[in-house]
Design a protein around this ligand. Structure first.
Ligand SMILES: *Cc1c(COP(=O)(O)O)cnc(C)c1O
Length: 376
């Protein structure tokens, strides 16, 4: 008999989700007008130490909105990591700005903070920080650069609920910061996202652009072109229940990370996620593994072998400068970022969602080792 497939992510919804959803249904408040939206926004903003939270329909929309309301001059340059999700570059491009890339740090997989300054030009107006896979970017040097060159900071903390950098919550560092609540994040609303900021003007603009730029006085007369990026009361109800469990979720993620690290630490051809530095401890948004150069196969091969034995995996992000769509748009021509190119080809992550059981983790660890050694 084939073993049951272990998916790369299963969410955990074992708290007040049903209770709050029933309240929505019993009261008939299911749209974005319901009271859970405000409650979720306020509770979430407080947890990440921000004055304002504006909930939206997903993390990608949150990035779009963040760049929209910053209102940078057309064709300004925004420095960002090449190793990230496409949402980051897409938001920059959709707002008529130009993404400028930097390579990754080989150990943290985050943007290499030392290669930012040489990318700054007259046209640079912002830096987009993206925290990758549960380990924060070294934020302080970036904030220093932002101050020196008068740049805005956009912080993508989509993978960072409950994470801290030098004791301060991730999501509290940007002029504007964003989160996602996709089901593989530490807290989920099914689909959902949030913009957070301390700037009241930016927050008001986010609310305005989130909701089609309706005006209070004259509802169907518009001065600006907005989006419908609203979140539903149903999603916010789930989000509020999830938020009550944030600490437990983060603790469980750390247990998952520790278990896998213990299982794999003696395998000399694997690079495992960084556990800690003086500024942060990993919260393992996903448990990523990079096959070192002394291993004869790439991630794609191993992922195929693992799926044959019932283990779900996902590849690492694919760098922005190697995306077919951006090649078609003539972006990033002849640019090379060797660290990102390498981890994209040799990195993947294994089942590490909040719904995973200890039994499943044991099976995953055993199968991963078997498959890796069988092909060595
Ligand atoms: C998940 C994620 C997003 C996008 O969030 P969605 O809700 O899926 O649109 C953006 N940035 C990063 C770093 C992410 O991990």
């Amino acid at each position: 008999m084939l073993p049951k497939f272990i998916p790369v992510n299963e969410p955990l919804l074992d708290s007040n989700e049903k209770k709050y959803l029933n309240e929505c249904i019993d009261s008939g408040w299911i749209s974005s007008e319901g009271s859970f939206v405000k409650k979720f926004e306020e509770s979430f903003a407080k947890i990440v130490n921000r004055k304002f939270g504006i909930a939206v329909c997903n993390g990608t929309a949150a990035l779009d909105l963040a760049l929209k309301v910053l209102n940078l001059p057309v064709a300004s340059e925004v420095i960002m990591p090449t190793f990230t999700i496409i949402s980051c570059a897409a938001a920059i491009i959709r707002n008529n700005l130009k993404p400028v890339l930097v390579d990754s740090d080989p150990i943290t997989w985050n943007m290499d903070v030392n290669s930012i300054e040489k990318k700054i030009t007259e046209k640079t107006k912002a830096i987009m920080i993206v925290h990758i896979y549960g380990f924060p970017v070294d934020v302080d040097p970036i904030l220093k650069l932002a101050k020196k060159y008068n740049l805005k900071v956009i912080e993508d903390a989509a993978e960072m609920h409950g994470q801290f950098y030098k004791g301060k919550p991730c999501g509290s560092f940007g002029d504007i910061s964003i989160f996602s609540f996709y089901p593989n994040k530490h807290i989920t609303t099914g689909e959902g996202g949030m913009v957070v900021t301390d700037d009241e003007k930016l927050a008001k603009k986010c609310e305005y652009f989130r909701n089609l730029c309706f005006k209070k006085e004259k509802r169907f007369i518009h001065d600006d072109l907005g989006f419908n990026y609203r979140i539903t009361n149903l999603q916010a109800a789930v989000g509020l229940a999830q938020l009550e469990k944030l600490n437990e979720h983060v603790n469980k993620k750390r247990e998952i990370g520790k278990f896998y690290t213990k299982s794999f630490k003696d395998i000399d051809f694997l690079q495992l996620p960084l556990e800690e530095t003086e500024y942060a401890n990993n919260i393992y948004w996903v448990y990523g593994i990079v096959l070192k150069k002394n291993y004869p196969h790439d991630a794609e091969f191993i992922m195929k072998e693992l799926s044959k034995v019932g283990i779900g995996t996902r590849p690492f992000f694919w760098p922005m400068h190697e995306q077919p769509i951006f090649k078609k748009m003539d972006l990033f021509k002849n640019e090379n970022y060797p660290i990102s190119e390498n981890i994209a080809r040799r990195g993947f992550y294994i089942p590490s969602g909040l719904g995973i059981s200890l039994e499943q983790m044991k099976i995953v660890a055993k199968k991963v080792k078997e498959v890796l050694y069988a092909s060595f």
